[in-house]
Design a protein around this ligand. Structure first.
Ligand code: SAM
Ligand code: SF4
Length: 337
């Protein structure tokens, strides 16, 4: 029988059949979270000691090493809540040490940022995305299930104090829960170097009526921004999926993430690894390819790289969200958003 699996030569980069090159790994290090965001884990994380065997530091290092060897420049550490891991600093240090990774980014709910952001910076976290779904403390509590608005705000202030020049803030756009706060968010970033990113609510397997009630297209905001003199910026090759807008009167920027937009997948430059060692070619619509057995020793590195490369050749051109296919993902905490 003919072997249809493409052979990977040493030095080959991560290019898929649609000529998209992958510079960006999103690496989840835990499914556990201490928040209960309405759109993600409304009933909180349910522990399961049998199931909860997340990648250890060596396994994580080998994943990042494989991607670095194939040209990845950026690793985003995500979760669940990644900073809940006791070995978080050690994980960051291991990834930071790899060439040619230039950017080790973190996505966090920010609950321990005020206390720990200095240590994160020393360990090598080069950029931070923190989730803030509302600037109203009570609404923040309603959305996240946690009364931690002021701690998160202090965390952002502290991040600037310890030397971060820009912070990205993520907010999931919801019709009834925060859409009306758009002008407040704008006022908040007028004099602050914050990239305020509005993420369109994505439908996952655990939600249905919530999605239909709360989903609102980011295009409405894009139109408003353009009308008000904001300008769309050009993207760098390892930039995330946000469309970024700037305005001469604002220190901050606006980012819009619109996964339902036509052509969203055309600029895809990222792959995902779950906290249990499954490679996900797309945020939606597939089960993941289990690579954990190839993460057990440094000698397996060439096999690991070959497996990632050959998996990539099966990547689809685009997701099928428009057709209402939410894939098998029950929520985004298992894959890091
Ligand atoms: N716990 C961290 C946090 O909340 O920032 C990191 C993990 S969280 C899964 C990563 C991102 O995914 C967050 O910005 C979150 O708002 C976003 N997210 C989770 N579920 C989502 C959904 N259904 N639609 C859109 N964004 C979602
Ligand atoms: Fe936790 Fe982040 Fe999901 Fe909120 S979005 S429940 S903070 S993993």
């Amino acid at each position: 029988m003919q072997n249809l699996i493409p052979i990977r030569n040493v030095g080959d980069r991560l290019v898929d059949p649609f000529q998209r090159e992958y510079y960006y790994l999103r690496l989840s290090i835990t499914d556990v979270c201490n928040f209960r965001c309405t759109y993600c884990l409304p009933d909180g994380y349910k522990p399961n000691p049998e199931r909860d065997k997340f990648l250890n530091v060596d396994e994580i290092r080998r994943v990042a090493q494989a991607f670095a060897n194939m040209g990845a420049e950026k690793v985003r550490i995500t979760g669940g809540e990644p900073t809940l891991r006791k070995d978080f600093i050690e994980i960051v240090e291991n990834i930071t040490a790899l060439e040619p990774i230039k950017n080790v980014a973190l996505t966090t709910n920010g609950y321990r940022m005020a206390k720990d952001v200095e240590a994160w910076r020393k360990a090598g976290v080069s950029s931070i995305n923190v989730s803030v779904d509302s600037l109203d403390p009570r609404q923040f509590h309603t959305i996240t299930g946690e009364n931690k608005f002021f701690e998160v705000m202090q965390g952002i202030d502290r991040a600037f104090e310890v030397g971060y020049e820009k912070i990205k803030v993520n907010s999931v756009l919801m019709r009834e829960l925060n859409y009306r706060e758009f002008d407040q968010f704008l006022a908040w970033i007028k004099d602050r170097p914050i990239q305020m990113r509005f993420i369109e609510l994505m439908q996952t397997g655990e939600m249905d009526s919530f999605f239909h009630k709360q989903h609102i297209s980011g295009q409405i905001l894009a139109d408003k921004l353009l009308r008000d003199g904001w300008q769309l910026q050009q993207k760098g090759r390892s930039d995330g999926p946000a469309k970024v807008f700037k305005h001469p009167d604002y220190v901050g920027e606006i980012g819009l993430i619109m996964p339902y937009e036509k052509n969203f997948c055309a600029s895809c430059n990222r792959l995902r690894m779950s906290a249990k060692g499954k490679l996900h070619l797309c945020l939606f619509g597939e089960e993941g390819i289990d690579l954990r057995h190839l993460l057990q020793s440094d000698e397996q590195q060439p096999l690991l790289e070959a497996a990632i490369f050959s998996a990539l050749q099966g990547k689809r051109e685009h997701h099928f969200l428009h057709q209402g296919d939410s894939g098998v993902r029950s929520n985004l905490a298992t894959i890091g958003g």
